[in-house]
Design a protein around this ligand. Structure first.
Ligand code: SF4
Ligand code: SF4
Length: 285
């Protein structure tokens, strides 16, 4: 089926007012630990990545998708963005995509990953018709990466410090290349962390663009309680806008990100995850 890939509201700002997305929370585990991430909250009142009202099994996600489309027919994209990482939960991720392909082949499919575990699944991703993938890359220097990630897990081995950051970076850069070779649109999410990577983030843009990435989304850090970065202030427009300006010389910049929950649903400007949390919870039982 030929799909209109412009109908992704995150990759095309022009469609954000008419096309919606749903994040299916089927991926609870993660294979790295970012120093800004806390997924312990399960709260309908909080809106940020990693938060969800529940976790679904693939068959439950397919049922939930049916219900969501009845209530919000403007959805054009179904994606997986956690609450952990899709490729720390590859069986659940691929099975969900397979079911969606069967039941809703007209939708665009999207995945958002840290890139650590994605490489063995690049062919599956392409075969399942995933058209958009986001890789979160906030450093292209392991010395800076070591400040952002407290550990990285490869199989059963946990790496810390620069070694961990180096392994992760190697996978991330290979992922961009491999995804582009398969014709997939690639977005780079880069978290802007004052004092840690703000002076380095344009370098991230340069390196990722050289490998073929299509667009970068600089996301200001949202300081979260009980994390090592809880005390770092959220960077304001005066920090982020000049960085975007400089980076847009290398790669297109996304400017309308809403830092969505792992169970986000609806238009970017009209999120209904709280309104639909009862539906999600009912499907998760
Ligand atoms: Fe949290 Fe995502 Fe980082 Fe995993 S990759 S620790 S889910 S922010
Ligand atoms: Fe789109 Fe940003 Fe929300 Fe992801 S977090 S779905 S990129 S608006």
């Amino acid at each position: 089926m030929i799909k209109d890939t412009t109908k992704h509201p995150c990759f095309n700002k022009e469609t954000a007012g008419s096309c919606g997305r749903v994040h299916l929370p089927v991926a609870p585990k993660c294979n790295i630990q970012c120093n800004y991430c806390n997924r312990k909250y399960d709260c309908v009142n909080e809106s940020r990545p990693g938060v969800t009202s529940g976790v679904l099994k693939p068959f439950q996600a397919a049922e939930y998708m049916d219900k969501v489309l009845e209530k919000e027919p403007r959805i054009t994209v179904a994606g997986i963005a956690g609450p952990g990482d899709p490729f720390a939960n590859p069986a659940e991720t691929l099975e969900t995509m397979r079911l969606l392909n069967e039941r809703h082949p007209h939708l665009l499919f999207c995945l958002s990953s840290n890139g650590m575990g994605i490489l063995p699944y690049l062919d599956d991703i392409a075969e399942l018709g995933v058209s958009h993938v986001t890789i979160t890359i906030s450093a292209v220097d392991p010395a800076i990466g070591a400040k952002i990630y407290s550990w990285v897990k490869d199989g059963n081995v946990v790496y810390r410090g620069e070694k961990g950051a180096e392994i992760l970076l190697d996978r991330q850069l290979k992922a961009i290349k491999g995804l582009k070779e398969r014709g997939i649109t690639v977005k780079i999410n880069s978290i802007v962390i004052p004092g840690i990577n703000d002076e380095h983030i344009v370098e991230v843009a340069k390196v990722c663009s050289a490998l073929g990435a299509d667009i970068q989304n600089m996301i200001p850090l949202k300081p979260t309680a009980d994390t090592p970065f809880a005390g770092i202030p959220e960077p304001g427009r005066e920090t982020v806008l000049p960085l975007r300006k400089e980076a847009e010389g290398f790669i297109e910049q996304m400017t309308h990100c809403k830092r969505c929950r792992a169970d986000a649903v609806g238009l970017l400007g009209d999120d209904q995850s709280v309104a639909l949390c009862g539906t999600l919870r009912a499907c998760s039982k």
